[in-house]
Design a protein around this ligand. Structure first.
Ligand code: ADP
Ligand code: MG
Length: 692
C-alpha cells in the first residue's frame, strides 16, 4: 500500500488544480480560497471544465451539489454530465452548473422561514472545501440558501462565523502590531462509535428505527474490567478499520489515530485537524463512510450517543484553536505565558465568551440522543466550565487574587526503569472530566454528541469569541499605555468570569451544588437548553457578528426542538409497538409454558415441587400486566400533546421520557426472568460480544 499515492486520490485538491488550470485562473481561485476574495465569475467555466475532465478520468458520470441541510446529514441530488449534441452525447459541466444549483427546497426543515409554496432554494459552490469523486459522482461542496436569502444549512453560517472571527481577530492583532492576511479556526474532531454484527442488528427493531436500544437488560459483563480501552483489536474490527482508513485517505481525510474505547464494542477515530470548514465536511463524510465501510464487513456502525444503557455513550471531542496564515497559533502559551500579554488577553477573551454565552454553547450540542450522555456518569456534566490545568490555572488564580505568580517548571522525569529515557514531564496532568479543557495549544470542547454535525458548536464558538475580540478591541484601541491597558483588561475579564473556571473533578458529587452557587447554568435536557437561543442577548451576538439574522436564530432553535420532539415521538411509538407486538405475546407464551409445566408436574404427583414455577408465572404475569398499563399511559400522554415547540418539548422531556423509562424498567426486569428461547430480541451480550 502506497499511502502517499493513495492519499487524496479522489480529491480535486490544490495539486490537481495547479496542474489542470490555466495559471491566471489558478491564481485567482487561490485568492478566493486563501483570502476570502469574492469568486471571479469569469473563471468559473474554466474551473468547471477542468473539474469535469478530472472527475471523468476518475470514472465519474454525474455531479452533485453536496450540502448540509438542518438535519445532521448531508444531502445530494445527482445530475449527469451528459448533454445532447446533435444525435450524440457530450459530457459537460458549465460554470453556472458549478456555481449554483436549484434543488427543490420545500422538504427540508426551515423552521418556518419559508412557506412550502415558495420552495426555491439555491446551492452555491464553496471553493474553500475541495470537491471529490465518490462512487461515480463528482461532489461539489455547497452552501444552501433560500430565494429570500435566509440560510437553510449549516455551512453558510459556519463560513460567516469564520469570517467574523477572522475580521475581529485581525483587528485585535493589529493592536499588537501583527499584520496577517487571515486568521482561521482549526478543528480536529475525535469521533467515537460502536460496531455490532449486522446479523444481530437486523433482529433489533429499536436499533433499526431509532439507532439505540430501547430495551435491554445489562449484560453480566459490562465495562467494569476496564479491559477494552486501548485493548487489542479483534480481527474483524481491525480489518474494518484498515479498510476505513484507506477509504478516508483516498478522500483526503487525515485519519490518524484509532483505538478501542471504554465500552465493549466501542471505538474511536481521530483525524489530524484542519480548518474548521474542511473539518466539518470531512467529519460528515467520515460518518457516512464509517457506515458504508462497516456494511462491507457485515458490520453496522452505530453513531448514536447512547446505543446501550449502562455502558459509556459516544461523543465527539472538538479540538479548537485559531491561527494566522503566517503560522502563529493564537492559543499557544509559549514558554512563559505570564509575560505573554497577547496570549493572556486571548485566553481571557475565550474564557469570557464561554462564560457569557454558556447557555447557547450548551444548547448547540443539545439533542435527544445527547441528553442520555450529558450529566450521566461518563460524559461531561450539562454544566459548562473551563479547565485550565495546573500551570495556567495557577497563573489565572494569581491574577484574580492579585498575588505574585511563581512559575512551576516542567521537570525532567523518568518512568523509573533504568533503560528508559529521561523525558520532560508535562506541567499539567490531563483532565478528562471537563467539558471545555485547555489542552496545550487548543481548547477541547467535549460535550458534542457522536451523531451530530460539528458545525453547530463551532458556529457558536467562533461567533462568541469574535464578539469577545471585538469588545476587547473597542476598549484597547483607545488606550494610551497599551501594555498596561491590556493587562488591566485581561485581569478585569478574568475576575468577572472567574466562576466558569473549574480545575477539579467535573464528575464529582460536589460540583453540581458548587456550580449552582456560582450561578452557572445546568440545563439537563434539550427542552430546557435550547430556549437559551431565544434570549435577546444571545440573539444579539449572532446578529452583531453577522452570522444569523434574528429570524434565523429563532427558526434554527425551533427546528432543534422540533427534531427533539420528533425523535422522542418515534422512540415512544417504536417502544409501544415492540411491547404490544413482541414482548407481551412472547412473555405470555413463556408463562403458558411454565404453567403447563406445573400441570404436567402435578399429574406425576404431589411430591414434585411446582413452587418456583408458580411464583415465576405469577411474577411474570404481574409484570406483563404492568407493562401494558404503562404502554397505555404512554399512548395517552402522546395523544395529548400541547401545541407549540416549547410546551411540546417540555412534555417530551418531563412526561414522555419518564413514561418510557418506566416501560423499559419492567421490560428489562422481565428479560432477566424470561427464557432466552422466548425473549424476542438478541440480548446485550449478543450485541456487544458477537464480533470476533
Ligand atoms: P488527545 O486528546 O489524546 O490529547 P491530541 O492532543 O493528539 O489528542 O489531539 C487530539 C486532536 O486534536 C487531534 O485530532 C489533533 O489533530 C487535534 N489538534 C491538535 N492541534 C490542534 C489545533 N491547533 N487546532 C485544532 N485541533 C488540533
Ligand atoms: Mg480528546
Amino acid at each position: 500500500m502506497n499511502v502517499p499515492e493513495l492519499f487524496a486520490s479522489n480529491v480535486f485538491n490544490d495539486e490537481v488544480m495547479k496542474n489542470s488550470l490555466p495559471k491566471e485562473v489558478y491564481k485567482s481561485l487561490r485568492k478566493t480560497i486563501d483570502e476570502g476574495q469574492p469568486l471571479d465569475s469569469s473563471i468559473a467555466s474554466s474551473v468547471a471544465n477542468a473539474m469535469k475532465d478530472w472527475a471523468i478520468s476518475k470514472g465519474a458520470t454525474h455531479y452533485t451539489h453536496w450540502f448540509q441541510p438542518l438535519t445532521n446529514l448531508t444531502a445530494e441530488k445527482h445530475d449527469g454530465f451528459i448533454e445532447p449534441s446533435g444525435d450524440r452525447a457530450i459530457m459537460q459541466l458549465t460554470g453556472k452548473n458549478l456555481i449554483v444549483g436549484e434543488p427543490d427546497a420545500s422538504s427540508f426543515p426551515s423552521g418556518g422561514t419559508r412557506a412550502t409554496y415558495s420552495a426555491r432554494g439555491y446551492t452555491a459552490w464553496d471553493p474553500t472545501s475541495p470537491a471529490f469523486v465518490k462512487e461515480g459522482t463528482l461532489y461539489i461542496p455547497t452552501v444552501f440558501v433560500s430565494y429570500t436569502g435566509e440560510t437553510l444549512d449549516k455551512k453558510a453560517p459556519l463560513l460567516k462565523s469564520m469570517t467574523a472571527l477572522d475580521i475581529q481577530a485581525k483587528r485585535l492583532l493589529k493592536l499588537f502590531g501583527i499584520e496577517c492576511r487571515k486568521v482561521s479556526t482549526t478543528v480536529g474532531p475525535e469521533q467515537e462509535y460502536f460496531i455490532v454484527d449486522e446479523k444481530v442488528y437486523l433482529k433489533r427493531k429499536d436499533l433499526i428505527l431509532t439507532g439505540r436500544t430501547l430495551f435491554g437488560a445489562p449484560s453480566s459483563r459490562g465495562q467494569e474490567l476496564e479491559d477494552h480501552y486501548f485493548g487489542v483489536l479483534k480481527t474483524r474490527i481491525s480489518e474494518f478499520m484498515r479498510d476505513l482508513d484507506e477509504t478516508l485517505w483516498s478522500y483526503g481525510i487525515y485519519a490518524k489515530t484509532k483505538h478501542n474505547e471504554v465500552a465493549p464494542a466501542q471505538h474511536e477515530l481521530a483525524p489530524i485537524f484542519s480548518t474548521t470548514n474542511v473539518s466539518v465536511d470531512d467529519n460528515q463524510l467520515t460518518m457516512e463512510l464509517m457506515k458504508k465501510v462497516a456494511q462491507r464487513h457485515g458490520l453496522v456502525c452505530l453513531l448514536h450517543e447512547k446505543p446501550f444503557e449502562g455502558i459509556n455513550g459516544s461523543g465527539k471531542h472538538n479540538n479548537w484553536s485559531l491561527s494566522t496564515d503566517t503560522g502563529i497559533n493564537l492559543l499557544d502559551p509559549s514558554e512563559t505565558p505570564e509575560s505573554d500579554t497577547r496570549f493572556m488577553l486571548i485566553l481571557a477573551c475565550v474564557i469570557a465568551a464561554v462564560d457569557r454565552y454558556q447557555g447557547v454553547l450548551r444548547a448547540s450540542v443539545a439533542s435527544a440522543g445527547n441528553d442520555h450522555r450529558l450529566g450521566a456518569n461518563e460524559a461531561p456534566p450539562a454544566i459548562i466550565s473551563v479547565y485550565l490545568g495546573d500551570q495556567l490555572g495557577a497563573l489565572v488564580d494569581s491574577i484574580v487574587m492579585g498575588r505574585e505568580y511563581v512559575p512551576k517548571k516542567a521537570v525532567p522525569g523518568s518512568i523509573g526503569v533504568p533503560e528508559s529515557p529521561i523525558f520532560p514531564i508535562d506541567t499539567t496532568d490531563r483532565n478528562r472530566t471537563s467539558p471545555f479543557a485547555f489542552t496545550g495549544n487548543k481548547f477541547e470542547f467535549r460535550m458534542l454528541g457522536s451523531m451530530a454535525s460539528v458545525a453547530d458548536p463551532n458556529i457558536v464558538l467562533n461567533t462568541i469569541v469574535a464578539e469577545s475580540f471585538s469588545d476587547a478591541t473597542e476598549v484597547l484601541s483607545k488606550a494610551k499605555d497599551f501594555e498596561k491597558a491590556c493587562k488591566d483588561y485581561t485581569a478585569k475579564l478574568l475576575k468577572e468570569h472567574y466562576r466558569i473556571i473549574f480545575n477539579y473533578n467535573g464528575y464529582g458529587p460536589d460540583w453540581e451544588p458548587e456550580a449552582e452557587k456560582r450561578g452557572l447554568l445546568n440545563n439537563k435536557t434539550t427542552a430546557d437548553a435550547v430556549p437559551e437561543f431565544f434570549k435577546q442577548e444571545n440573539i444579539d451576538v449572532f446578529v452583531h457578528q453577522g452570522v444569523y439574522t434574528e429570524k434565523e436564530v429563532i427558526a434554527r432553535a425551533n427546528i432543534q426542538l422540533e427534531n427533539y420532539i420528533k425523535t422522542i415521538n418515534i422512540e415512544a411509538l417504536t417502544m409501544a409497538e415492540m411491547v404490544r407486538q413482541d414482548i407481551y405475546p412472547r412473555v405470555n407464551r413463556y408463562i403458558t409454558e411454565v404453567c403447563s409445566a406445573v400441570t404436567a408436574k402435578k399429574k406425576v404427583g404431589e411430591h414434585i415441587s411446582c413452587k418456583s414455577d408458580v411464583m415465576l408465572a405469577e411474577r411474570l404475569s404481574m409484570m406483563n400486566d404492568a407493562i401494558l398499563f404503562a404502554v397505555e399511559k404512554l399512548e395517552r400522554d402522546l395523544a395529548e400533546m400541547p401545541a407549540g415547540e416549547g410546551p411540546a418539548s417540555q412534555k417530551m422531556a418531563h412526561v414522555i421520557v419518564p413514561d418510557m423509562e418506566a416501560i423499559r424498567n419492567i421490560a428489562d426486569g422481565m428479560e432477566k426472568l424470561c427464557s432466552s428461547d422466548y425473549w424476542p430480541y438478541p440480548s446485550y451480550e449478543d450485541l456487544l460480544y458477537s464480533v470476533r
